[in-house]
Design a protein around this ligand. Structure first.
Ligand SMILES: [Zn+2]
Length: 230
């Protein structure tokens, strides 16, 4: 596309940083360079025994974990997840999935991973939203790494009722039997990277991992854009 069209479009519909609201420079996408640099990065891919891994210890054997930033209430970075999920902007997922993949790849994070598995939405929610935000993140990871993604190997059997008012124990019980594996033959013997938008208690990813672990001889790693610190 010729640059004068981009310039005209930018004049008519200025592109703004979704974190600070300032106008984006040509070449910047979704967030400005300053906000991108200021993201509270987790660097989990460089740290074994990190906070995310800890959440799964003793429950599910997890090989590696990565998350782009700490998801802290009130931090402008929450806007990335919020717009991805509720503002009809699936390309935000692709962009930040690819960004995380480029940052994590040099450490060998993707070495011997065979398949990307996004956490599925229920059919009802998929119809309402029009896309699965975790699948969009997985698309970005796949574009950078060349690792195939499978969006139909896992199925969400039902929606979990709103979790906000439940305590940790209740949340865990609430996710039992939430996911089912549709094609176990595709997963057997594979190293699978489960992908979600945000990890809070880890209950959803744990329920996914349990369903996947029912297939024989699988190894599991985890990737999310955001992860709560507590
Ligand atoms: Zn900004």
């Amino acid at each position: 596309m010729s640059s004068w069209i981009d310039t005209l479009l930018d004049l008519a519909f200025p592109r703004l940083c979704l974190m600070c609201g300032k106008r984006l420079a040509p070449g910047e996408r979704h967030v400005c360079a300053t906000c991108l640099g200021a993201l509270p990065r987790t660097n989990f891919h460089l740290i074994s025994d990190n906070l995310l891994e800890e959440r799964f210890r003793g429950v599910i054997p997890v090989e590696r974990t990565a998350a782009l930033f700490f998801y802290q209430k009130g931090n402008p970075s929450c806007e990335i997840i919020h717009r991805l999920k509720y503002a009809g902007k699936p390309d935000i997922g692709v962009y930040f999935g690819a960004l995380l993949a480029r940052e994590a790849a040099p450490s060998g994070f993707f070495r011997d991973i065979d398949l990307l598995l996004p956490v599925p939405l229920s059919r009802k929610r998929m119809r309402r939203r029009g896309y699965n935000q975790a699948e969009q993140i997985a698309c970005g990871v796949s574009q950078v790494t060349g690792i195939p993604l499978s969006a139909d190997s896992l199925a969400r059997l039902h929606d979990n009722p709103t979790q906000t008012r439940r305590n940790r124990q209740e949340r865990l019980a609430n996710t039992e039997g939430l996911f089912g594996v549709e094609h176990p033959d595709r997963l057997q013997g594979k190293h699978i990277l489960l992908i979600d938008d945000v990890v809070t208690t880890g209950a959803t990813l744990r329920a996914c991992a349990e369903a996947v672990c029912a297939c024989s001889d699988v190894r599991i790693s985890l990737l999310a854009l955001g992860c709560t610190a507590g």
